[in-house]
Design a protein around this ligand. Structure first.
Ligand code: UGA
Length: 433
């Protein structure tokens, strides 16, 4: 198939490369010249495990090209839209400017038989309006939400858990086209559901809302555990043995962040307000509030552990990305904690295996260590906020030699508490003592 992918960020760049690997002829389009220049020579503009190799291989095969010129899409018959839908600056709703611009740029090149496939996360109702705009060209619109996780994006794209196609009534032709695009996954038995446009849009935001709710649920339990001396990790383990609940996404800690979960639940509540159904999603405001309280909890714990004031004290913050195996610092709980402590007067030194460049661009006022040991040396307090293997695997005995005071806050409940305590550390977890 000849495919164009508009938007070459965390979603689109991976999608373009994965489609080329599956044998399709792909052109990736983005307005960002620096991003396209890097991608064109096989250099990912962000860190995603496996992407660099995938780009090198598919560019060399001649099946993957990148351009800033949207008119290059003329050759393709399937047009994916994979641009971002960030939170608006002045509210909770999603900013659809990039989606609208992508469609505007594609319109002159669309013909009967072409299929535009939306992958961006959009408020329910968006695709119906886009379908109206596209209809005069004779092309059709299909909504195919993306469920990839950063850090596992290549695998999630090539071997998705499920495929959802939202189509206009009776549009079997577009379904057949997308089946050809995803033939590899379908042959492997990947479940594929065909729905209407609104349901497909909702599947995505509902999935992220559910995941966010699950995380905030266990973090609410952490708050109760903190008041009662219970252990939220044991609680999660015990709950997780119930197959109806399951253990995944029940890790209490500093909470969720990133470019998806936080903004998606906010955009979902904003959309519910527009639909006159505010009550239905009122609980998501609480999900958001619980989540943000965990960041504050880490800061409060740090202050308490340092005797009521962090002023002038060296705090080693391990991790700035919103989760490990990513360089993404968008709405990162880790970075928020570092910034808040710095604001309170602490001498914060942050470290991260991949995220320092992005963090520095946003928060140049923070000090960053190239090496973990430089952050740790002489620290009065160590806070683990992103569970990179480099940090969860730290040797508590050797680490103790570096610090001024052996106090650790485990913001992800990811350290071996007993081993750290045995090495002489004062260990403070989240929802566990
Ligand atoms: C999320 C969804 O998991 C994907 O399915 C979806 O496609 C993607 O958003 C998107 O909308 O594009 P992602 O943002 O990459 O993926 O990250 P997750 O793995 O979902 O983690 C989100 C946050 O939750 C991280 O900050 C993580 O540390 C936190 N988390 C996760 C917890 O605090 N506890 C857990 O038990 C699990």
């Amino acid at each position: 198939m000849r495919i164009s992918v508009t938007g070459c960020g965390y979603l689109g760049a991976v999608h373009a490369a994965a489609m080329a690997q599956l044998g399709h002829d792909v052109i990736g389009i983005d307005v960002d010249e620096a991003k396209i220049a890097a991608l064109a020579v096989g250099r990912p503009p962000f860190y995603e495990p496996g992407l660099s190799e995938l780009l090198t291989e598919t560019i060399a095969s001649g099946r993957l090209r990148f351009t800033t010129d949207a008119s290059q899409a003329f050759d393709a018959t399937v047009h994916f839209i994979a641009v971002g839908t960030p939170q608006t600056r002045d509210g909770n709703a999603a900013d659809l400017r990039f989606v609208d611009a992508a469609v505007d740029a594609l319109l002159p090149h669309l013909e009967p038989g072409h299929v535009v496939v939306g992958k961006s996360t959009v408020p329910v109702g968006t695709s119906a309006a886009l379908a109206e705009r596209i209809r005069p060209t004779g092309a059709r619109l299909l909504w195919n939400p993306e469920f990839l996780r950063e850090g596992y994006a290549v695998r999630d794209t090539v071997e998705p858990d499920r495929l959802v196609y939202g189509v206009e009534t009776g549009d079997e032709a577009s379904v057949a086209v997308l089946d050809e695009v995803y033939a590899h996954a379908l042959e492997k038995g990947t479940p594929r559901m065909v729905t209407d446009l609104a349901t497909a849009e909702l599947v995505k935001v509902a999935a992220n809302a559910y995941l966010a709710t699950k995380i905030s649920f266990i973090n609410a339990m952490a708050e109760i555990a903190e008041a009662t001396g219970a252990d939220v990790t044991q609680l999660a383990d015990a709950l997780g043995y119930d197959n109806r609940i399951g253990r995944r996404f029940l890790n209490a800690g500093v909470g969720f962040g990133g470019g998806c979960l936080p903004k998606d639940i906010r955009a979902f509540t904003a959309r519910a307000d527009e639909l006159g159904r505010s009550d239905a999603l009122a609980f998501l405001k609480e999900v958001d509030a619980i989540n943000l309280r965990r960041r504050r909890r880490v800061v409060d714990l740090a202050t308490a552990e340092l005797g009521g004031s962090v002023v002038g004290r060296k705090v080693a913050v391990l991790g700035v990305t919103f989760k490990p195996h990513s360089d993404d610092v968008r709405d990162s709980p880790a970075l928020d904690v570092a910034v808040a402590l710095k604001g309170l007067g602490a001498n914060v030194v942050a470290a991260d295996p991949r995220g320092v460049a992005n963090a520095r661009a946003r928060h140049p006022q923070l000090e960053y260590a190239e090496e973990t040991k430089d952050a740790l040396r002489g620290a009065d307090l160590v806070i683990l906020v992103t569970e990179w293997p480099e940090y969860t695997g730290l040797d508590p005995v050797a680490t103790r030699e570096l610090v001024a005071q052996p106090i650790v806050i485990d913001g992800r409940n990811a350290l071996d508490r007993d081993a750290w305590a045995a090495a002489g550390w004062r260990y403070r977890g989240m929802g566990r003592s």
